[in-house]
Design a protein around this ligand. Structure first.
Ligand SMILES: *[C@@H]1O[C@H](CO)[C@@H](O)[C@H](O)[C@H]1NC(C)=O
Ligand SMILES: *[C@@H]1O[C@H](CO)[C@@H](O)[C@H](O)[C@H]1NC(C)=O
Ligand SMILES: *[C@@H]1O[C@H](CO)[C@@H](O)[C@H](O)[C@H]1NC(C)=O
Ligand SMILES: *[C@@H]1O[C@H](CO)[C@@H](O)[C@H](O)[C@H]1NC(C)=O
Ligand SMILES: *[C@@H]1O[C@H](CO)[C@@H](O)[C@H](O)[C@H]1NC(C)=O
Ligand SMILES: *[C@@H]1O[C@H](CO)[C@@H](O)[C@H](O)[C@H]1NC(C)=O
Length: 370
């Protein structure tokens, strides 16, 4: 009876220590012991990780990429009650565009429980029917001290939209997000693109909106390979990834379903000049480019973002995964690993695992947050 709390404390302490990068220059995963949909950006002396914590958009700030357990945190936005964006705040991302900081995120009204008269219109159950995309604008050139205020909803034609991100191209700015075919189509979730005139305004109309990818391969469907219907087959969480040497542009997205082991990353490459032309994108149909590693109990790995080592010489992927594939969403935590590039310019992602791995190049091994 008396020993139990002490063991619990000791276990927490050991968990804390094992999440640290250590003086021999290695670190172990996870870098945050609970969390999902990580989005990281490196700016000046810090890495900023965004998470939605109890529907509050929270910025974690850490001088090192390999430990956010001891990061400073700050609530950037607490949604007021009674709005269409008050609940289920998901997948916030922090971007700097033309010197201004923006947070783009998913939310819904009142936990999006559609009444039966709406739900009956859907092909399958559609509890996500009112999920939409929103943009906050920062007040200063500093992401930490900025105040973030609601700027706009992004136009998705009053249809399901989640996991939206920006895609920056020489022809302008685009909104890429997870969409349904139409308002009540329900699953599958696809990837859509629309053009923007600025970071809070979509300029495409609904007929100009393009679908870039649908979950057509066995590895994009749930349960794995199910071909008879599209229940819970998803393409979501798109992220821009540019090869710094060749200039090739990719969208790395998540496929299948986020609550089970099959969740993985897929890849689109822009091979033409117009992101709004879906024939200008080449999908890698061979399989996931990053996926579960049962030998190391690393399951359901996805929803990635990309950053670099402190000295800028290495590319790093930040993603969530599960050690236990049976518990669903609550088992997810946040990890990072270095990745490289193939000779054809495509990203070469590692097998997911827990390490120990060498810390990012330029990271001081001696920084200890304890
Ligand atoms: C520190 O690094 C060593 C060598 O890679 C590794 O064996 C050890 O597990 C690490 N310790 C912690 C607390 O992460
Ligand atoms: C969001 O943050 C506020 C301010 O810290 C806090 O009072 C509130 O409880 C948080 N919301 C939830 C749902 O935890
Ligand atoms: C809230 O969402 C509903 C359903 O999409 C829409 O009809 C309504 O106009 C929205 N309210 C506001 C204030 O945008
Ligand atoms: C943010 O808002 C608070 C409260 O209105 C204000 O005191 C503070 O000066 C603002 N900070 C910046 C950097 O604008
Ligand atoms: C969308 O814009 C195009 C011009 O780019 C126009 O031809 C078409 O009629 C518009 N569609 C709608 C539904 O407004
Ligand atoms: C690492 O430590 C050295 C010496 O304290 C310091 O000059 C350097 O700026 C640090 N680098 C990083 C990335 O923190």
């Amino acid at each position: 009876m008396v020993l139990l709390p002490s063991f619990t404390l000791l276990a927490s302490f050991l968990a804390l220590v094992s999440a640290q990068s250590n003086s021999s220059g290695t670190f172990t995963n996870p870098i945050l012991p609970a969390g999902a949909d990580p989005w990281v950006i490196r700016h000046e002396e810090y890495y900023y990780l965004l998470q939605s914590v109890s529907d509050n958009i929270t910025i974690f700030r850490s001088p090192i990429l390999t430990d956010f357990t001891n990061a400073e945190t700050k609530i950037a936005f607490q949604p007021p009650p009674g709005f269409n964006y008050s609940t289920d705040v998901w997948a916030p991302e922090l971007h700097i565009i033309d010197g201004t900081w923006y947070i783009i995120f998913t939310a819904d009204p009142n936990h999006d429980a559609p009444p039966p008269e709406i739900d009956m219109l859907c092909s399958f159950a559609c509890p996500a029917v009112n999920h939409r995309m929103y943009v906050l604008q920062g007040s200063t050139s500093d992401p930490w001290t900025s105040n973030y205020t609601m700027k706009s909803q992004l136009n998705t034609y009053d249809q399901f939209a989640i996991d939206g991100t920006y895609f920056q191209h020489k022809t302008g700015l685009y909104h890429v997000y997870s969409c349904w075919f139409s308002a009540y189509e329900s699953w599958p979730a696809n990837l859509c693109i629309t053009k923007m005139s600025d970071p809070w305004t979509v300029s495409s109309n609904v007929t100009e909106r393009q679908i870039l990818s649908v979950p057509s391969n066995p590895w994009e469907r749930t349960p794995y390979g199910r071909m008879q219907n599209d229940r819970l087959s998803s393409n979501e969480a798109p992220q821009q990834l540019d090869n710094p040497k060749t200039g090739q542009q990719f969208i790395i997205y998540s496929a299948a379903r986020s609550d089970n082991r099959n969740y993985c990353l897929g890849q689109l490459e822009l091979v033409g000049d117009d992101p709004m032309n879906n024939q200008d994108w080449r999908k890698n149909n061979e399989g996931c480019v990053f996926y579960q590693n049962a030998l190391e109990d690393a399951y359901g790995v996805g929803h990635a973002s990309f950053t670099t080592s402190p000295d800028g010489s290495e590319d790093w992927i930040v993603y969530h995964g599960m050690e236990n594939p049976y518990s669903g969403w609550s088992a997810r935590n946040i990890r990072t690993q270095k990745f490289t590039w193939n000779t054809d310019g495509t990203p070469n992602f590692p097998r997911p695992g827990y390490g120990p791995y060498a810390v990012p190049s330029g990271q001081n091994a001696s920084i200890s947050m304890l």
